[in-house]
Design a protein around this ligand. Sequence first.
Ligand SMILES: [Zn+2]
Length: 301
Amino acid sequence: MEKHTYILGVDIGGTNIRLGLVDEENRLSDYRKVPQKEILQGEDTLESLAEYLKQYLADCAGEKEVAALAAGIPAAMSKDRSTVWNAPNIKGFSGKNVLKALQPYFPFPVFLEWDVTMLFYYDLYRYQIPHRDIIIGCYIGTGLGNVISVEGKPIVGNDGAAGELGHIPVWDKTDICGCGNEGCMESHVGGKYLVELQRSTFPDVEIHDLFSKKGDTPEIDRYLEHLSLPIATEINILDPAVILLGGGVLAMPGFPKKRLEQYIYKHSRKPYPAEHLHIIYSENQGENGVLGSALYARENL
Ligand SMILES: [Zn+2]
């Protein structure tokens, strides 16, 4: 029998850390979802993470041959994906060379990437999208995550900071974004905005029911048009072959996908790229980040 190799895939989220072993056929085993605070403990949270992962391998890997560790992180990182500049939701990572801290604990390569890039890799695999041409991914959760892939390679930019679609400035807006700038798009299209809208305008429904119960209101319609603007902007710049849309906001019950598509079409340049919009919706499951991390590692090994 052919011996399998495994990737230890890790998805480091603001609330939970998910991990598992993934073989060449993308089968996941020994999957765990653990509250972040149970793993990132003490003064040196990188050391506690490394110790946790070593113990996990001792408990679960057994005779399995592990070829790499790949971790998705919701954070701005250096171009070489070693140093985390700013990770407000991940205890003890900001300003640290995470790669240098973790690598000595393991006899195989360690890879770090943006969490959205890992989700993007999983979506390419799951929807059998050839990894070539220009493909964009927009993931609308608390903020607006973005991946731009050109000829099979995600664009990282000069400083590792490309794809900050959520932080394009909006004309005439002066509210302060989490990044410190005024009037970023993310403040008007991300999940945080919806929470505010529900509190201020629709206190009679739970946030979960916002689209299913208030989807036909002018406020939600305006939201959908606003959300279409950064997506259509990127489409008009790049003329992508495929547009992946995903994230927690789109997964909410009753999210009006058709109307969002109509607005994306409305704001895309005619006849092209508007007449060739190829939109694929990403269905979010908890393990996507772990599986995507493994796919990313295999491509980069
Ligand atoms: Zn911003």
